[in-house]
Design a protein around this ligand. Sequence first.
Ligand code: SAH
Ligand code: SF4
Length: 435
Amino acid sequence: MNVADTEIVLGILNNKGYSQTNNADEADVVLFNTCSIRENAEQRIYGRLGNFKNLKALKPDLVVGILGCMAERLRKDLVEQKSIVDLVVGPDEYRRLPELIDVAYNGDKGIGVKLSRTETYDDIIPHREDGLSAWISVMRGCDKFCTFCVVPFTRGRERSRALSSVVDEICELSERGFKEISLLGQNVNSYKDGDKDFADLLAASAEVNRSVRIRFTTSHPQDLSDKLLYTIAEHSNICNYIHLPVQSGSDRILKLMNRTYTIGHYLKLIEKARKIIPGVSFSTDIISGFPTETFEDHIMTLDVMRQVRYDGAYMFKYSPREGTKAYAMKDDVAEETKSKRLQEIIDIQQQISYEINQELIGTEDIVLVEGVSRKSNDFLAGRTDTNKVVIFPNQDGIEAGDYLKIKIKRATQATLFGELVKAVKLNNNNLALIA
Ligand code: SAH
Ligand code: SF4
């Protein structure tokens, strides 16, 4: 999401004649696009600000700005307590950046932290480097108010972009050669444009070009609709991969988190999705050590992981965030207990991912080639529709962006290794025909 927002910021600044440098010494303006979701994300930014102290001392005119959720959350504290910060701009005020940079350049502090009920940056053309994969924020904000989460406070109320403008953007990206588009929102099930919902947006996105893969994240388990599941099943280029964060396996904890579903509902949803979309894979987010979490609650989380058998998971220790409801509860799970439980969660997930990948040995799948593998030019790397990395021998004539049929020969917990089945490129074909 922050990558997508940074591209919007670059779009706005490029329009005003700014250009980007990757060398901080050359920069007149340095902007940090920040995340407040957990304490360690904020600590990293403080660390990086520290690294800029020397540069600022050498170049007093340098404008240093904090963008995004930390700007929204910490506002004036940042400019008052961190003397090198000249600019603080929240996620809904990026249009004012050129004006606020001028304010900072002239020696005042540039502050823009109002949240909006309508801003979607619909008309801004994000600045993207050429490539295969692009991210498009289709909605902003969140109205769910999970008790642990700072997002509703830092990114404001839910609002959606117009369906037609998202589709136009996908058309342009497809013409530029992009092959994979990820539609982003904190809770994409709430997407709305008049009488069109997220399933309609997904279908319209998939129909732009049947050889462009469409991914999306994140779905909230409370209101993932049947219509959405059927839409995924009906379109071969909508990836069979659903990120469906469960957070905890205990109904008591889910209630305290205000997640608004029970594990019973969640497991039924998984079962239904597997019936409607054969071969669908799931990933999840899990928090260990939410206030009052007992050993029994933790065991229930491990049980759900074993029942669902996720392909992947993002796993976190609970981090209290000021202003949230959970912040008022006592952070009463000891740090070592949180760490120990997190490690058990990670170990189980690694074991499950390994087993799932072993079962894929001998199967064939279509892989979108991303380029040479990180370790060697003799190998190429690509991804399956279910978001698994596949490594296979490089061959003349294969390029990034090609679709190839690969037979899986070997697998680790994180990676599949295979070989080309057909010496034919499946590029520019209709993915429906290939599958
Ligand atoms: N909108 C998405 C999540 C966005 S935040 C959803 O509802 O699923 C990404 C993940 O960060 C969350 O799913 C949660 O697992 C984690 N997270 C959010 N706040 C957290 C906190 N205070 N401590 C630890 N993890 C947190
Ligand atoms: Fe945060 Fe919950 Fe909204 Fe996700 S759905 S962004 S976890 S409040």
